[in-house]
Design a protein around this ligand. Structure first.
Ligand SMILES: Nc1ncnc2c1ncn2[C@@H]1O[C@H](COP(=O)(O)OP(=O)(O)O)[C@@H](O)[C@H]1O
Ligand SMILES: [Mg+2]
Length: 285
């Protein structure tokens, strides 16, 4: 399908940015969380301070029926880190992620995100937690009847941004993730990699402090996967903490970032700048 094809839909009224910024420095002002004015904002649920972005202290999650998702996990993810969470299917990666966004609660132990103990976070504050965290999933989760631009705009509209802000920020962010010329496409008119870029744009548009991706390349071919991982790494270099659950061995090896390996709900390795082979070498050798 070629760019600019007449799809019969009214065009989304956005001016496309001609030259997307190419360097990390140019990306930084758009991605970095707004500089604190020293005051606490009512809905800013992260506590300011030098502490880690995510801390698990002896966390066990037992599902109804008895399956154990996590088993005594303790670890810290520092602000600004890029971390791969690896492990075979069923090892607890998604459980770990769902605990961070409080889709699940720990059975025992503490999950602390942005300095907030999630056990004591009031239910009414959970939407603000999820707003401070951008989430990307294997199956993209785009609205099928909305264009790329409308999918991203929606994330801004629900957080109360003006139409003027929406018109400014949506094309900026879509250009940044490499989607120039495709703003008005429906998800089904985009490739898998392009759909994942829309979902990353949507996750980023509210300037999250933490970006979490659960198997973001699970439905993509290897070349496309590398492009998505590069984008996530570029986002990290602008100061956003990034956590990626994956069993995409090739990318993990290539990127040489911190790798936390889970097996049967336990942390079996945690290494700085490791490759997938390094962390699972005992099993694979
Ligand atoms: N909703 C659920 N109900 C019961 N057991 C679950 C549920 N989700 C996950 N589990 C179990 O928890 C363990 C870890 O699963 P999960 O966190 O999804 O692993 P991964 O994402 O690494 O594949 C598995 O044994 C799985 O069967
Ligand atoms: Mg999973």
């Amino acid at each position: 399908m070629s760019d600019g094809q007449d799809t019969g839909r009214p065009e989304f009224t956005l001016v496309q940015v001609a030259d997307p910024p190419s360097s990390d420095e140019e990306m930084a002002p758009m991605f970095t969380a707004p500089v604190s004015d020293g005051k606490r904002h009512k809905n800013d649920i992260f506590r300011p301070g030098p502490g880690p972005m995510v801390e698990f202290r002896g966390v066990t999650k037992t599902y109804d029926g008895g399956a154990r998702g996590l088993d005594g996990v303790s670890l810290r993810i520092g602000t600004g880190e890029f971390v791969f969470l690896v492990g075979p299917s069923g090892s607890g990666k998604s459980t770990f992620i769902r605990l961070i966004i409080r889709e699940l609660r720990a059975t025992t132990g503490e999950v602390v995100v942005g300095g907030r103990d999630l056990a004591t976070l009031r239910r009414s504050k959970v939407p603000y937690l999820r707003r401070a965290i951008g989430c990307v999933f294997q199956d993209f989760r785009l609205l099928p009847d909305r264009t790329a631009a409308e999918n991203v705009a929606y994330a801004l509209q629900v957080t109360g941004h003006s139409q003027k802000e929406v018109r400014r920020r949506v094309p900026e962010i879509l250009s940044l993730v490499g989607l120039d010329g495709k703003f008005d496409r429906l998800p089904r008119e985009l490739s898998g990699g392009e759909q994942q870029r829309v979902s990353i744009a949507r996750a980023l548009v509210n300037h999250p402090r933490l970006l979490i991706a659960d198997e973001p390349t699970g439905n993509l071919d290897p070349d496309t996967s590398l492009g998505i991982m590069d984008l996530l790494q570029r986002i990290n270099r602008t100061g956003t903490t990034v956590l990626v659950a994956t069993h995409d061995q090739h990318t993990v090896d290539r990127m040489q970032m911190r790798v936390i390996a889970l097996d049967q709900g336990r942390v079996v390795r945690d290494e700085e700048s490791a490759g997938y082979h390094d962390v699972t070498g005992e099993v694979l050798a």
